[in-house]
Ligand binder design. Sequence first.
Ligand SMILES: Cc1cc2nc3c(=O)[nH]c(=O)nc-3n(C[C@H](O)[C@H](O)[C@H](O)COP(=O)(O)OP(=O)(O)OC[C@H]3O[C@@H](n4cnc5c(N)ncnc54)[C@H](O)[C@@H]3O)c2cc1C
Length: 438
Amino acid sequence: MTLSQDKVNITFDVVIIGGGASGMACALHLFGMLKTSGKKCLRVALLEKNQRLGKKLLLTGNGRCNITNQSISHDNYHGKHELFCLPALSAFDNQATIRFFEGLGLLTFFDETGKAYPESLHASSVLDCMRFALEETGYSIMFSTEIKNIEKTHDGFRLFASNGNILQATCVVVACGGSASPFTGSDGSGFNLLRMLGCRIEDPIPGIVQIKTETDFVKPVSGIKIIGTATLKADEKTVRVETGEILFTDYGLSGPPILRLSGWASRLFARHGSDRSKPDVKISLDLIPQRGEDDVLRLLKERREAYPDRLIEQFLVGIFHNRLASRLLKSIFDIPLSRSVSTLSDEDLIRIASGIKHTNIRVTGVMPLSNAQVTIGGADTDQFDPHTMSSLIHRGLYACGEVLDIDGDCGGYNLQWAWASAYLTARSIADRIGKENL
Ligand SMILES: Cc1cc2nc3c(=O)[nH]c(=O)nc-3n(C[C@H](O)[C@H](O)[C@H](O)COP(=O)(O)OP(=O)(O)OC[C@H]3O[C@@H](n4cnc5c(N)ncnc54)[C@H](O)[C@@H]3O)c2cc1C
């Protein structure tokens, strides 16, 4: 490898690239650990390409920032090696997250579903507490500093910033995030930096994102929400079932249960690409999950008795939104809906009950990474040590957060991963400093 001849103008012991959730947490953990162990002050820099820290953090949890979850297990995490997340999550669990933020002055609470939020219900409180604590570290925090290039040198790394600065660092932490919602700054450039150092990247695809479907059913009912159950099926086999508020949109489906299914759908499509054997992917909607099919049939029979002179088109009004009621009936019958309800046979009622419990909509894909909340894929975890977050290729190179091939479920799991992986990274660097007296 030939090194560039450009002159280094700033030298650091540790450079953290990315001032998002994991980068900020890594700097704060490192400061806390070094302070506790009475180690000498290190030259540490936190570099952020935006003009401010934590742009994505402000968007999280609909602006309320769901920082962790009461119930966390490795089942909530995915990737080529999802068990890679375990050492970090056991070294720094959800209670550690709460204590960490309490230590920064943030009040938090768990809601009835187990999600933790700041008591202020504003993501800005989370960011502000981190920002103020970072200012107190005395570390160099550099804004509008995008690292475009990185080289391994004999005693560390040389980094080339977009503003012309050339930095030398003994340890480098890549905390650049993935490529979901790239307008926040995490646009996949962390993957490029790691590639420059010879790391493998699992192809990034969207996770926690809206699902695209054939539009003949959904478009006419766009904007309507239901409390329903969505079953994702591939070649008629159930992949995953989720219940909650489902939103019909122009292009497909959205809402929390759909976002929870989306990673599975995304993987199904990515795995098969343009391959002809790609599975037939559907979502089967149960529009009344609180009632069984027999119960629904009984209800329909009662309605036929009660409203025999109404038009069939009006038969389900009062159970569903008017537009959804008539769309559903049109998808079940090709008979005119202007006939009277009394003409509905028992067979017809069975078909309607079945339609209500199993409306099948063909899935055509998922929305792109620009819409996604998380990246599936990223730095191959085969090349990193799960106990230290350090690279197995280059000594002194670390990665934490979403840049690694770990993605969590919706519900505070991705931020928990950011905090926990940042903690292990900081601990490994602090240990190295202790041993080698950097
Ligand atoms: C709309 C939305 C809502 C979400 N809600 C939640 C939620 O409520 N709970 C939850 O757990 N997760 C949520 N997530 C996911 C969560 O925000 C991310 O998983 C988490 O922020 C990842 O942290 P990170 O530090 O790895 O990356 P990021 O937070 O993305 O930070 C990376 C930072 O690095 C900077 N950067 C990138 N490349 C460079 C470079 N070359 N040089 C310098 N700087 C660089 C970027 O500008 C960015 O600031 C949400 C995501 C989105 C988009």
